[in-house]
Design a protein around this ligand. Structure first.
Ligand code: SF4
Ligand code: SF4
Length: 480
């Protein structure tokens, strides 16, 4: 059932609020809930760095590579699909700042020119590029340095600059999570708007003596959707009226709404956010393409054509084609046709920005299919890695001798069905969003505006299914 207050925020499904749940609600209301999630992950990250730098340099035998590239990414997509931005909530990179904040006062203001997603887009694309170029999944040493670099960057930026610019504008993982959480079922949202209207303190935003307000500049009364929300719980703790909850909503329903959002503005006027979504969707295909055998044939052919023997120019060309040329041609073509068929007269760019958001469910479906494939096929691989690590540290096999044959959580034959299921679900979601957008554009003939976008999403879905049907490298496992 769609809740009655559907117009107040994203579409509610009944009135489920995680803060009302007996144990979960109690935990989330606890002032140290976030730290309770962050500190164990911080210790785990320290152990991963230590093993990455000093442990065995074979990826399936090392904690840094196994947990980062198999487990972490699997948990990220599961959390986004079942809950919301759990990994920003539990982000260990943010915790080291807390003790230092008493000594260092954030004085600098993040430059106005950099207050957009463009830098984050560049870094996310660079991260995907580096992942392929340096085979990060295969190198515990490099993986450990990526983790260390991440801690250093998050600490320095968020310590010296006001707000949390690292999270909002820089962090590639955060940008990925922000887009993925647009189709999450839960949202940090106000419970009763009347209470906000009467509220004098606005502490969810401004903070109060012992509790900071929203560092991402999201004012609850005007907040809408999950973009830029790290689920940090600060507003929940700061609100003196217990008026912020973690509320269930119709996943993806914010994608066809153009409401003014606090700290974000209107999505349809944010080409940078739309470009981030395009990177999210086309990057999902490219990331999967990097693991199937046709990519090697293509690379060899391009290297011969360009007359080069190093990988980066070839890989750079593939990335440019897949993340710039292909989206521009496909989306430009779909937009042009949609406009022509529906008789719309608006310029092409705003139309493309609007429909770009329809790609979020599809992108999420492909990321989920891909990451869960690796997660489920290498799930038990963490057990012998931990046994081996403890053996190395203690000098005796305290947890038993490692059985390196452990691996899949489910029979490998099931993984094909799972991949098809996620891609199908994402495709269906994207069609739904595109149809809702088309209905707003051309109320009398939505099908005409919708069909080119439906064809584009269908084409991308066929590409994704073809990619998943190819033998995929079992990166990070002994099967790889
Ligand atoms: S502090 Fe609470 S009641 Fe006041 S505006 Fe924020 S969410 Fe609303
Ligand atoms: S709205 Fe702001 S304070 Fe509240 S959870 Fe999201 S990021 Fe944190």
């Amino acid at each position: 059932m769609i809740g009655r207050n559907a117009t107040a925020s994203t579409r509610r499904i009944a009135s489920v609020d995680l803060l009302d749940w007996p144990l979960m609600g109690r935990f989330l209301r606890w002032r140290h809930a976030r730290a309770a999630l962050q500190v164990p992950l911080l210790l785990l990250a320290a152990l991963m760095v230590w093993d990455g730098l000093t442990g065995p340099q074979l990826a399936p035998k090392n904690l840094a590579t196994t947990l980062t590239w198999l487990h972490y990414r699997g948990f990220v997509v599961l959390a986004l699909l079942a809950f919301g931005n759990l990994f920003c909530m539990a982000c260990p990179f943010m915790w080291p700042r807390l003790p230092l904040e008493r000594l260092v006062r954030a004085r600098w203001v993040w430059p106005a020119r950099l207050r957009s997603k463009w830098l984050g887009i560049l870094l996310l694309a660079a991260f995907l590029f580096a992942y392929e170029l340096f085979d990060l999944w295969a190198s515990p040493w490099w993986t450990a340095w990526v983790i260390v670099g991440y801690f250093a960057a998050a600490l320095v930026v968020n310590l010296f600059f006001q707000g949390a610019p690292f999270c909002k504008y820089i962090c590639p993982i955060g940008q990925f999570n922000f887009v993925g959480s647009l189709v999450s079922p839960f949202e940090v949202a106000v419970r009763d708007y009347g209470t906000c209207t009467a509220c004098v303190s606005k502490a969810c935003f401004r903070g109060q003596e012992s509790q900071r307000g929203c560092e991402l500049w999201l004012f609850q009364e005007k907040k809408f959707g999950n973009m830029d929300c790290t689920f940090c719980l600060d507003c929940i703790h700061a609100c003196p009226h217990d008026n912020v909850g973690l509320r269930l909503r119709l996943p993806g329903s914010e994608l066809w709404e153009n409401r003014l959002r606090s700290g974000v503005g209107r999505l349809w006027r944010r080409p940078d956010v739309a470009a981030l979504v395009v990177l999210f969707a086309f990057g999902a295909l490219l990331n999967a393409f990097g693991m199937v055998s046709p990519v090697y044939a293509l690379e060899a052919w391009l290297a011969r054509l360009l007359g080069v023997t190093t990988e980066w120019p070839v890989l750079g060309l593939i990335f440019f084609a897949a993340l710039v040329v292909e989206p521009a041609l496909l989306m430009g073509g779909a937009g042009w046709l949609s406009r022509r068929l529906s008789g719309h007269t608006e310029p092409l760019l705003p139309l493309l920005v609007r429909y770009a958001y329809a790609l979020v469910p599809f992108g999420m479906g492909v990321w989920a299919a891909h990451y869960l494939f690796h997660f489920l096929s290498g799930f038990w691989g963490a057990v012998p890695v931990v046994q081996n690590l403890v053996w190395d540290m203690m000098g005796v096999p305290l947890l038993g001798r490692p059985n390196w044959g452990l691996g899949p959580l489910v029979p490998l034959a099931w993984l094909d069905m799972l991949e098809v299921g996620f891609i199908g679900l994402g495709t269906w979601g994207s069609w739904l969003v595109a149809y809702r957008l088309a209905s707003q554009d051309a109320p009398t003939r939505p099908w005409r505006a919708f069909l080119p976008w439906a064809a584009l999403v269908g084409l991308l879905a066929l590409t994704a299914l073809w990619l998943m049907s190819q033998p995929m490298e079992m990166r990070g496992t002994f099967l790889g």
